[in-house]
Design a binder for this molecule. Structure first.
Ligand SMILES: N[C@@H](CCC(=O)N[C@@H](CS)C(=O)NCC(=O)O)C(=O)O
Length: 341
């Protein structure tokens, strides 16, 4: 693991010493938007029009942030339009690397050995972390965005004319609710597991654990009456939570010490996780080998032996029974309608 300083790669771990043992995630640097007509998006420069074959996505199958973008590429029928390559699951002294081994791919665009070389192509004097996902523009030879939250928003709508997919995971009438869900879930769950796992003092670790489990308890409650987080519609907020939940029992419980409860101990959350996992096409985006090998073998400060645990035995294909909540909503609606008549 390392970072670039003025375009030069250095092998350094996170500097938690500067923050009393707390892990602080840096803001992503490339913040342009692909839009339907190439007009500028909410940040960055314009000129990135949605076109078939123009964009390339660099992902790790281990990474929960990159995983979001793969799910949206699948759900929004973007596979024929946006090409993808997969970095090797081990992230060691050269950071993310390209290798035709263990289910990873070579870099099809430049034959690069490591992802930092792609960052330097976009910005020769780049300083900062070299993260996945990266959305690359093959025409302008630059990085459009390395912020997963924004890449999924682009995928949600910018290419709709090309793909014909009108499924909307960020519908206008739910913006407020989705934004509020995302804010809490990002801070305490998606990033919360990292704050716990990368903490280097007891107090920094403990200060991440309580908000994380408070949020999981709150989510468990919320999923009693509704199939999805924002009610009976599946939204972006669900997919953002999913990529953390699917890694939780296999990695975050042990490796990141998030072990007060497992997702398996929450009846609603675990059934909800299976519901999302079984959603058409989604299981294809989940690679447990890459997930487990990446975390347990890349973070030598946390797991020096690099031994990958054999368990837990997970079965995300078991029936989830969550569709009955839809039926329950329908019954209530019909009853109300009858009462009014
Ligand atoms: N805010 C970014 C975070 C991406 C991120 O941190 N990715 C991790 C992998 S899970 C990474 O590439 N880390 C490398 C590093 O920090 O050096 C996003 O959501 O796109």
């Amino acid at each position: 693991m390392g970072m670039l300083e003025n375009g030069v790669w250095h092998d350094v771990w996170y500097d938690t010493g500067a923050n009393k043992g707390h892990f602080k995630r840096d803001a992503s640097a490339f913040r342009n938007w692909v839009t339907a007509d190439g007009a500028p998006g909410p940040s960055g420069q314009g000129g990135f029009k949605a076109e078939s074959g123009r964009y390339h996505l660099y992902v790790s199958l281990a990474c929960p942030w990159a995983h979001r973008t793969l799910i949206f590429r699948k759900l929004k029928k973007l596979e024929p339009h946006v090409t993808v390559s997969v970095v090797h699951p081990l992230m060691l002294e050269n950071g993310w690397e390209f290798k035709e081994a263990d289910g990873a791919t070579a870099d099809p665009l430049f034959g690069a050995d490591a992802l930092w070389q792609i960052y330097v192509k976009a910005k020769p004097d780049y300083s900062g972390r070299v993260t996945v996902p990266v959305l690359w523009d093959k025409r302008e030879n630059t990085i459009v965005s390395n912020e997963s939250a924004e890449i999924i928003r682009m995928f949600n709508s910018a290419f709709d004319e090309l793909t014909g997919s009108r499924d909307d995971y960020y519908p206008a009438d739910l913006h407020g609710e989705i934004d509020a869900l995302n804010a809490r879930i990002y801070d305490t769950v998606n990033n919360g597991v990292y704050k716990a796992g990368f903490a280097t003092t007891q107090s920094a670790y403990e200060s991440a654990i309580s908000p994380l489990f408070d949020s999981l308890d709150w989510l468990e409650q919320r999923l009693t009456a509704h199939r999805f987080l924002a009610g009976d519609r599946l939204t972006e907020a669900d997919w953002r939570l999913f990529t953390t939940l699917v890694r939780f029992d296999a990695v975050y419980v042990g490796h990141f010490k998030c072990n007060i409860r497992r997702i398996a101990d929450y009846p609603n959350l675990s059934a909800y996780l299976r519901d999302l996992y079984q959603w058409s096409g989604v299981a294809d985006t989940v690679n447990m080998e890459h997930i487990k090998h990446h975390y347990y073998r890349s973070h030598k400060t946390i797991n020096p032996s690099g031994i990958v645990p054999v368990g837990p035995m997970l079965d995300f294909d078991r029936p989830h029974g969550r569709d009955r909540l839809h039926e329950a909503v329908e019954v209530t609606r019909n009853r109300r309608a009858e009462a009014i008549r």
